[in-house]
Design a binder for this molecule. Structure first.
Ligand code: NAI
Length: 450
């Protein structure tokens, strides 16, 4: 089977490499010359565990190639997948579909023989239909079907997620398109992955509904964490108690500085727009968005409160800036709110992140980059965990304290414990912990600070 993947970002690159691992012949097209140069040298331009090996193996086997020439790849393709970005549109918060429609316009002249065009990008309901209409207008002679095949992989475990998905969702209204998609995913179906065929609108909406639901779980536990602090409960105990109920499930019940990343914020925003436009508002999701925006700001206030009410003239050592561990992705990371707020209030911010520096550098001007957590602690009055990278979990807190000027540890990811912190001579504030597990009632303190 010949596959043309348009877009070599997180989704396009991982999907292209995984499809080629099945033995399919994959050409991945991108416009970014630097990205192509790195890829053609056998190096992944993004950090994703296991991806370098997968790329090299399949490129050497001649099943996977990267190019900026769409024409030949599209002509030869049985399936053309669109994996270009659909970022939040400035101004109205809707999904910016300009990359999708530009790619559709570019591929239209090259359709040859029956071809299935697939939206792997997350696109609002009705986009597949709109793409079909645009292609029909541009190429009344062409034979094609347009399918929706939203991707559910998670950065950081993307290859495992692609190879062992909870489900593969295919929205298709056309028998020939369905047969081709069936063949495309046969290797996964043979490994017992559920491949679900649904209508295109259902597939498109399901992707947004899934992300909005997960975002809602995060905001829910963040608010419960705040309540825990005030009433003397422990959020980890509450989360593990409710998570045992299979109707609730134990995933996405970890409180923290709010959700970020390339998907949840923009997908929540786009779903709200779609719902409003269709006069069927999703008021729960509107609250989720508001709660999350406020959360990031409250976390900066929490750091201030833990520092004694002000960070002016203080040095803050920040562990982790990416929106979650095991990725270099900085899109909508909570650190992008927290760091500038600390700087505006007069703090010097020292930062360490195992993979995030390249992307974060232009986004976080004025920070001091460090190569290790201990270096970030050097001269710091306050140490803050923002992203729970595994290497921070093993941090020798006594060694960190020895390098610090102050003695405050603000643990926004509940990586450490009061016991460990106290043993190292640090005062400790976490998220949603009981009073005996935290040195101040942060929710109250942060509320006062707002
Ligand atoms: P990305 O921004 O990392 O990559 C997009 C790539 O497309 C870039 O390399 C860009 O140069 C390329 N591109 C744009 N227009 C092009 C064109 N006309 N021709 C060739 N290349 C072009 O985006 P990412 O994160 O991979 O997301 C893609 C889509 O997948 C989005 O809709 C996103 O919502 C969705 N998604 C993302 C997930 C993630 O974890 N990042 C997970 C599930 C879905």
């Amino acid at each position: 089977m010949n596959i043309c993947m348009i877009g070599a970002g997180y989704v396009g690159l991982v999907s292209a490499a995984c499809f080629s691992e099945f033995g399919w012949n994959v050409t991945c097209v991108d416009k970014d010359p630097q990205r192509l140069e790195e890829l053609n040298a056998g190096k992944s331009p993004i950090y994703e565990p296991g991806l370098d090996d997968l790329l090299q193996r399949n490129m050497q086997a001649g099943r996977l190639r990267f190019t900026n020439e769409l024409g030949p790849a599209a002509k030869a393709a049985d399936v053309i997948l669109l994996a270009v970005g659909t970022p939040m549109r400035r101004g109205d918060g809707y999904a910016d579909l300009s990359y999708v429609y530009a790619a559709v316009e570019e591929l239209a002249p090259h359709i040859e023989g029956f071809t299935v065009i697939v939206t792997k990008s997350t696109v609002p309901v009705g986009t597949s239909r709109e793409i079909e209409e645009r292609l029909r207008a541009a190429r009344p002679d062409a034979e094609f079907a347009v399918c929706s095949n939203p991707e559910f992989l998670r950065e950081g475990s993307a290859i495992g997620d692609f190879m062992h998905p909870d489900r593969v969702l295919v929205g298709v209204d056309d028998d020939r398109g369905r047969a081709v998609m069936n063949r495309l995913y046969k290797p996964l179906a043979l490994r017992n992955a559920p491949v679900m065929f649904v209508g295109r609108e259902s597939a498109e909406l399901a992707k947004y509904a899934a992300n909005a639901f997960l975002a809602m779980k995060i905001s829910f536990i963040n608010e419960i964490a705040d309540l825990c602090e005030v009433v003397g409960a422990g959020v980890q105990e509450v989360a593990s108690a409710i998570g045992k109920d299979r109707r609730i499930g134990d995933k996405f019940l970890h409180p923290g500085p709010g959700y970020g990343g390339s998907c949840f914020p923009k997908d929540v925003s786009a779903l709200i727009r779609t719902a409003r436009e269709n006069k069927s508002p999703v008021s729960i999701i509107e609250q989720v968005q508001r709660v999350n925006d406020e959360r990031k700001i409250a976390m900066a206030h929490r750091i201030e409160a833990a520092a004694g009410g002000s960070v002016r003239g203080l040095t803050v050592g920040l562990l982790g800036v990416t929106f979650k561990p095991n990725t270099d992705d900085m899109r909508d990371a909570p650190s992008l709110t927290i760091v500038p707020m600390l700087q505006e209030r007069g703090a010097t911010v020292r930062v360490v992140d195992p993979q995030g520096r390249k992307q974060a550098d232009p986004l976080l001007p004025g920070v001091i980059w460090c190569d290790s957590a201990l270096e970030a602690a050097e001269g710091a009055d306050v140490l803050v965990t923002v992203t729970e990278w595994n290497e921070f979990r093993g941090l020798d807190l006594a060694a960190a304290k020895a390098r610090m000027r102050g003695d405050v540890l603000v643990d926004l990811r509940n990586v450490f414990s009061a016991e460990l912190a106290h043993a190292a001579g640090l005062r400790y504030t976490a998220v949603g912990r009981k009073p005996d597990e935290s040195d101040l009632a942060p929710a109250r303190a942060a509320l006062r600070a707002v």
